[in-house]
Design a protein around this ligand. Structure first.
Ligand SMILES: *Cc1c(COP(=O)(O)O)cnc(C)c1O
Length: 351
């Protein structure tokens, strides 16, 4: 072993879902099956590339202001980053510096554990109940911070805002981060609690409901004090996180509220229909309020089904980890993509 080895920061990295380079029915990473708003395409077509000579606005002002307008908050309550992964990572670095463990669910977005390890933050997972519901009382104990997604991933389960509020209210001495990557498909956002609780940060993304996973835009909404701390950390790390193209396209996406709402409506409709179809096929589905369904079949092994699907160029997500060994997570695609999935299942179950 080389002497310098002991000084290397070693981490077990997050494993992203596969991005196959050939054409598949891609239901594995919760991307949106519909294109971004037409204004985004137009902005890209009309883009003045001479502007790319220059650094982008380090404050990302046009995008921050557009988001502030959309959510009816002040621009100093908005922080933007390179996908919500960047924003969440910055939040871990900035707010989770206690000796006490941070708390998050045992079954949740697997990146939380990776950031905690990377930044050497102690953490303690809280078990979801047997129906994969959050037990709010588990988050009332002393801690160094709390983070959970709502709806949760990969379960898709949405907790009503009063549950979220109880957790925030019981943690006035710690920062609570609500990761709302999927809230647009679900219900009320915790953004409405921002003025009431100074310990709350809500994080959202353009990757799911706004069809722009490839553009990498995420944001946090909180009070001006916490947003300032986030910006201080960002400027100590990389001032120009938001590239010029993302800034321009992000603004266009937020402007088109009607397109946004229509897209969500289509996915929610397909989701509700797909849940029924899966149940008819004998699957047990959690009551997802997200753009994916977490499902298991009592008669068919999840890993075998996952591999058979892949052979047929239908990609879903499977972990095989504790408590969720028999579950697959299926992203809601177009109606046609879902039909193809059901055709496969019917054939598979005939054999
Ligand atoms: C998809 C997702 C994110 C991150 O998305 P970005 O593409 O980095 O914005 C964050 N949290 C959860 C729970 C997600 O599912």
């Amino acid at each position: 072993m080389k002497a310098y080895e002991k000084n290397i920061r070693k981490v077990e990295p997050y494993v992203p879902g596969e991005q196959p380079q050939h054409k598949v029915i891609k239901l594995n990473t919760n991307e949106n099956p519909y294109p971004p708003a037409p204004g985004v395409t137009k902005a890209l077509e009309e883009m003045n590339t001479d502007r790319l000579r220059l650094y982008p606005d380090p404050t990302a002002a046009p995008l921050v202001e557009e988001l502030a307008g959309f959510y009816q908050v002040n621009p100093d309550q908005v922080f933007v980053g390179v996908g919500s992964d960047d924003v969440l990572s910055m939040c871990f670095l900035t707010f989770f510096n206690s000796e006490k463990p941070i708390l998050f669910p045992d079954i949740t977005y697997s990146f939380y554990k990776v950031w905690a390890d990377l930044y050497r933050i102690p953490y303690e997972c809280q078990k979801l109940d047997e129906n994969f519901r959050l037990i709010k009382e588990d988050y009332y104990k002393e801690n160094g911070g709390v983070i959970f997604p709502n709806p949760n991933a990969p379960t898709g389960i949405y907790e009503e805002l009063d549950v979220v509020e109880d957790i925030i209210a019981h943690n006035r001495d710690a920062i609570v981060i609500v990761d709302e990557a999927y809230v647009d498909f679900a219900g009320r956002s915790a953004i409405e609690l921002i003025d009431k609780y100074d310990n709350l940060i809500v994080v959202q993304t353009f990757s799911k409901a706004r069809s722009m996973a490839g553009m990498r835009i995420g944001y946090a909404i909180s009070n001006p004090t916490l947003i300032r701390y986030l910006n201080d950390a960002k400027y100590s790390f990389n001032s120009y996180t938001m590239n010029q193209t993302s800034l321009v396209c992000g603004v266009e996406a937020v402007k088109d509220k009607e397109y946004f709402e229509n897209g969500i409506r289509k996915i929610v409709e397909t989701r509700e229909w797909a849940k029924e179809e899966l149940k008819k096929l004998g699957f047990h589905c959690l009551d997802s309020k997200s753009n994916f369904i977490f499902a298991m079949h009592p008669q068919y092994d999840a890993k075998e089904m996952f591999e058979a699907l892949k052979k047929h160029d239908i990609y879903v997500r499977f972990w095989g980890s504790e408590r969720i060994e028999q579950y697959m997570r299926i992203t809601i695609g177009t109606r046609e993509e879902m039909e193809a999935l059901f055709v496969f299942f019917r054939e598979y179950m005939k054999k």
